[in-house]
Ligand binder design. Structure first.
Ligand code: NAP
Length: 214
């Protein structure tokens, strides 16, 4: 797949690197320095390059939106037409100092984003894990027991592609249903962030759902 990374920071930089190493063609875009994008592309060691959001989006089979909530409009404007594109968002609707959700309960960041890009095939995924765990999950991808990763969306094709990208990182994709379920997954992330960043055991945290039937 050709994957456009819109926002090449902690999440986008790592996920793009992993997807390049998993064999996808990746374009890193949207950082404050072009050198950073070029370095990410070089170090990804797969088929990766740096580009503008517009270039990255034009040819992509899937886009990853990975920017702070305050940068969403700007990066979408730079990306241009995303009609029919699969867009995976890990962006959370956080306030300026990243201490609270600015949208929750009656809507979600993902649903507000869907209003901005109504013709994209939007999927919410990856926002429920800290970036620090991504390389560890990728390294353990051949183990039998994999961590879960919830995703949700209203478009079947988008969800199929997102599930593949989730599997490529090393997670077991869990289809949580329509995009409005992001109302529950986004606050869940604040629990994960609490456990990851406020505990003593480090932020390399993922989660796994298990069923115990009798
Ligand atoms: N980090 C996590 O563990 C985590 C986990 C779950 C969800 N999330 C969500 O995922 C999204 C991305 O988080 P992140 O931690 O990856 O953020 P980040 O590290 O700050 O990355 C954001 C990217 O946007 C770029 N950017 C910011 N302002 C810009 C500007 N004015 N012009 C051009 N580029 C600009 C940054 O450039 P620079 O590289 O130059 O700074 C960076 O590449 C957020 O919505 C966050 O809430 C994060």
């Amino acid at each position: 797949m050709r994957v456009a990374i819109l926002g090449s920071g902690l999440m986008g930089g790592k996920l793009g690197t992993i997807w390049a190493r998993a064999g996808h063609e990746v374009v890193f875009s949207y950082a404050r320095s072009e050198q950073k994008l070029a370095k990410l592309a070089r170090e990804a060691k797969g088929q990766a390059r740096a580009g503008t959001p517009g270039e990255a989006a034009r040819e992509a089979d899937a886009l990853l939106l990975a920017v702070h909530w305050s940068r969403v409009d700007d990066v979408l404007q730079q990306a241009g037409d995303v009609s029919g594109k699969v867009m995976v968002t890990c962006s959370l609707p956080m306030n300026a100092d990243d201490t609270d959700l600015v949208i929750a309960h009656t809507s979600s960041g993902a649903e507000q984003l869907a209003k901005k890009v109504p013709t994209a095939r939007l999927v919410s995924a990856f926002s429920t894990v800290p970036s620090e765990v991504l390389f560890g999950v990728f390294a353990a991808r051949r183990k039998a027991t994999k961590p879960s990763l919830v995703y949700c969306g209203d478009d079947a094709k988008g969800k199929k592609i997102a599930a593949q990208l989730i599997r490529d990182v090393g997670f077991d994709p869990i289809d949580a249903g329509p995009l409005r379920i992001a109302r529950y997954t986004e606050p869940f992330t604040l629990l994960i962030a609490r456990l990851a960043y406020e505990g003593d055991e480090g932020p390399e945290l993922a989660y796994r759902f298990e069923r115990f039937g009798t």
